[in-house]
Design a protein around this ligand. Structure first.
Ligand code: ADE
Ligand code: ZN
Length: 342
């Protein structure tokens, strides 16, 4: 497997690693193995600024993280590169116990380097299919727009999304920083995405205020990515809880990027206690050098959650997924069958 196994805290036979899981917030580019980045950089003769690619994966803020994310993206040039990326993400996901994942890709980072959309899409489609066949990790994709580029490029991507296979592309999201962005500009994107049958989610309440969550809720968002600062607006929190708008929380990512001071300071437990439909996710596993199994172990240890609570947190991810009801029932039946545990 990938992630340098020495950095993974959840042992290969730990119950939380073996638990079959669903993940709803993970970036395919944020799952690039350091070794793969090194090999692709050498192959394409791309300067990545470090001798050891593992040195890319050090940062203390979202801004520094996003710079590293851009560097990793720069080595992805051909359909074969995107294929390998998605395939290896499925292999690593399987090791984390992931059976079903709704996964982001971020075309804005590639288009700005002159990589045609079809190059990434063809590669991802092939890698997702082969990864599912070989490792049993079923992956569906969410196209994330680059929020700082604002509405125009986002709408252009939605036009491309219109023609893509809906069995594979299930939603539109938005990532990168929230700083300096009035999220109300994205309301037409949400409306048009819904018009063409796509679900919506956005990274909000991460490095920006609860007000950004409010603006996306007002625009009819289906799921909130991060939502770390939700409880700072009690009225909004009430609405999100009453309407059970899911949160895809990534506590260790937030701790690593200084969004919260420490894992113990993360509002995950408080949001859950308040009744939010909150799910647990790794965000960018290779970039943070832990995977979803590690995240489950860390959260269980930090908040003293017992195994049944972790099972319930995983079940919330089935509820919050964009599978239809019959697929959710199938997944629940599979997950309650202990023979599935490897
Ligand atoms: N892209 C990848 N990970 C991200 C994060 N945590 N926040 C914003 N954009 C991202
Ligand atoms: Zn993210």
């Amino acid at each position: 497997m990938t992630l340098d196994s020495a950095s993974l805290t959840a042992a290969s036979d730990s119950p939380l690693r073996l638990m079959p899981k669903v993940e709803l917030h993970c970036h395919v580019e944020g799952s690039a193995r350091a070794q793969t980045v090194a090999e692709l950089a050498a192959h394409h003769q791309i300067e990545i600024g470090v001798d050891d690619p593992a040195d890319l994966y050090h940062y203390e803020s979202l801004a520094e993280f996003l710079a590293a994310f851009g560097t990793v993206c720069s080595v992805l040039q051909t359909p074969q590169d995107f294929h390998r990326l998605a395939y290896e993400a499925a292999e690593d996901g399987a090791y984390a116990g992931i059976k079903y994942r709704e996964m982001f890709f971020s075309p804005g980072f590639h288009l700005e380097r002159g990589i045609p959309f079809d190059v990434m899409w063809q590669g991802l489609v092939a890698g997702v299919a082969e990864g599912e066949a070989d490792f049993g990790t079923r992956t569906r994709l969410i196209l994330d727009v680059d929020k700082p580029k604002l509405l125009g490029p986002a709408m252009a991507l939605l036009e491309i999304a219109r023609g893509l296979d809906r069995d594979l592309l299930i939603g539109i999201g938005g990532d990168s920083t929230e700083r300096g962005i009035d999220h109300r500009v994205f309301a037409p994107l949400m409306a048009e995405a819904h018009n063409i049958g796509l679900k919506t989610c956005f990274h909000v309440g991460e490095d920006g205020p609860a007000e950004n969550i409010r603006h996306m809720v007002d625009a009819g968002i289906d799921r909130i990515d991060h939502g770390t600062r939700l409880l700072e607006d009690p009225e909004l929190a009430r609405q999100v809880i009453d309407e059970q708008i899911p949160l895809t929380s990534c506590p260790s990512s937030n701790a690593a990027l200084g969004i919260v001071d420490s894992l113990a300071d993360h509002p995950f437990a408080a949001q859950r206690e308040a009744g939010a439909l909150i799910t647990l996710n790794s965000d960018d596993p290779t970039f943070f050098q832990f995977d979803l199994a590690d995240e489950y172990e860390r959260i269980a240890a930090t908040f003293d959650f017992d195994h049944d609570t972790m099972v319930a947190i995983n079940d919330a991810a089935i509820t919050a997924s964009w599978l239809d009801d019959s697929d959710k029932a199938v997944l629940r039946a599979e997950f309650s069958n202990p023979d599935l545990a490897r």
